[in-house]
Design a protein around this ligand. Structure first.
Ligand code: PFF
Length: 499
């Protein structure tokens, strides 16, 4: 219980694990992974993917959980305790994750519209252009900002309202309860969809296409960058979500094994989703005679173009599978958004001694208002740039610093004894420290340089302008939160749980 009476503790360790799986399993698993897997060659992608899990995901997840558990406080407060001069850095991550939360709400909003449409296949016979033309009226020109889209706005406001409904309650009644109910539902609905798709005629054509290995491709750095990038986003690594959720755990928790469960559940889910997508694509290819590579499409369009195309050829059963699919994406999105929303929220609660109710209400209002920029004709365009800005530029940079701070200055070694004493599975040793101190920061630097390279390749004046505006927004908000006087007397001092 903190001074404001907020009881920030999970009622059980299961609640923590389920909430963490809810955070990890999101749009990244359904919207991003199948395409990343396919466009990086399918079969051979599993090699860098597995290495990314072993070298990056598992060690880093355990580190975040360990430090979060130790400080039992927000990310920002923990950073100040590591070094009070670093408060500005301590706000960068929560603010950038909040920016991500804002555009994440937009994609969930689009999904909400498709959920309704799926009851009557309202996207028509040509889903190809339906989202961009009919719903978003997309344009790459900034003039589109004056073309407001009420339907998209409404759908996003519903998302923000749901997030408010859940996160303004105390942890047990809000996030805890929702995770216990909705995470199992998420897995059950996905399993139903995938099993059905595997029984479709032609499913094997799709799976063969997915698994065709080409080991030569492993020499290409892009496939490695893609695997590490995917693991990052998909597991919500380094974005403060795992840190925050672990800080809410009780004393008697096996963080190492919990981390393993989360990593395994997340990977199972995304691979399961990919099998479903490709089995159904195989079926579609058999029916239409069009080769798979012509049907498969990237990112957002996989959900909003390929799936509707698939539902169009499936007949009546699509009227059940369609709503079930878009509902699954919705739930996966909301449970992830709740965790990214929590990162800034708890930092603000800690610094300004505000109640959970007041903080979440203010943040939902700010977030909902800011998200309206995406409810305009150039929303889709700005969203793509923001996604690049957040994931390829700021987050990776911030995680490099996080990794260095937690290992070199905080000295992660001191967590090992505690973590091992609770762990019923993996025991940490020197290898853990070596990975975190040397190998992961180097890998992340490579990832960062590659990401910036990609941004530079894409850029033009307008792109650069939006990029600079985003950077200014980030730096200004971070500065404001840093210089505002704390209302909490113990903002600069936190007890450490691990001595
Ligand atoms: N892991 C989420 C996904 O795969 O969609 C994305 C995400 C959620 C990233 C929450 C970061 C975060 F804090």
């Amino acid at each position: 219980m903190d001074i404001m009476g907020n009881k920030n503790e999970w009622d059980s360790n299961l609640a923590f694990i389920l909430a963490m799986i809810g955070s990890a399993v999101g749009l990244g698993n359904i919207w991003r992974y199948p395409y990343v897997l396919y466009s990086n060659g399918g079969g051979e992608f599993y090699i860098p993917y597995l290495i990314a899990i072993l070298v990056l995901a598992i060690p880093f997840t355990i580190l975040e959980y360990g430090v979060g558990y130790n400080y039992k406080s927000s990310f920002t407060k923990a950073i100040i305790n590591i070094n009070p001069k670093l408060e500005y850095y301590g706000w960068i991550l929560p603010v950038v994750v909040f920016i991500m939360t804002i555009y994440y709400s937009t994609i969930i909003g689009w999904d909400g519209i498709y959920f309704i449409l799926s009851f009557f296949k309202g996207w028509g016979s040509d889903p190809n252009t339906f989202l961009s033309h009919n719903i978003l009226h997309s344009t790459n020109s900034l003039g589109g900002i004056f073309h407001f889209l009420p339907l998209v706005a409404l759908s996003m406001l519903v998302v923000w309202f749901i997030v408010w409904l859940i996160s303004h309650k105390n942890l047990e009644d809000g996030l805890g309860k929702v995770s216990k109910i909705f995470v199992p539902i998420l897995f059950i609905t996905m399993i139903i969809i995938v099993i059905y798709s595997l029984t479709l005629p032609g499913a094997n054509i799709g799976l063969n296409e997915l698994f065709k290995p080409d080991y030569e491709a492993l020499w290409n750095i892009d496939i490695w960058v893609a695997a590490f990038g995917q693991i990052f986003f998909s597991l919500s690594l380094g974005m403060g979500a795992g840190f925050t959720y672990a800080s809410y755990t009780k004393k008697d928790i096996d963080l190492v094994t919990s981390g393993l469960y989360v990593v395994i559940a997340n990977s199972l889910f995304e691979n399961f989703a990919a099998f479903g997508v490709f089995a159904t694509l195989g079926h579609m290819s058999l029916q239409s005679g069009i080769p798979i590579e012509k049907i498969v499409s990237e990112g957002a369009s996989l959900i909003f173009v390929t799936y509707p195309q698939i539902f169009n050829v499936l007949g009546v059963i699509a009227l059940i599978l369609g709503p079930l699919f878009f509902f699954t994406v919705y739930v996966a999105g909301i449970t992830s958004m709740l965790s990214s929303f929590e990162v800034l929220s708890i930092s603000i609660q800690n610094k300004f001694n505000m109640t959970r109710k007041k903080t979440t209400s203010i943040l939902v209002l700010v977030g909902a208002l800011a998200s309206m920029i995406y409810a305009t004709s150039c929303g889709e365009y700005i969203l793509t740039i923001t996604d690049n800005f957040v994931n390829n530029f700021v987050v990776i940079f911030s995680v490099i610093i996080e990794c260095i701070l937690f290992t070199w200055i905080f000295k992660a070694e001191k967590l090992i004894k505690f973590l091992n004493s609770k762990s019923k599975t993996l025991k940490l040793g020197k290898w853990w420290i070596i990975l975190l101190k040397y190998i992961i920061p180097i890998l992340l630097c490579i990832l960062w340089v590659e990401g910036i390279n990609d941004i530079i390749k894409d850029t033009n004046n307008q792109y650069m302008l939006i990029f600079v505006i985003l950077l200014a927004i980030l730096l200004i908000f971070t500065l404001i939160l840093t210089v505002l006087k704390p209302k909490s007397q113990n903002w600069f001092k936190t007890e450490e749980r691990i001595k």
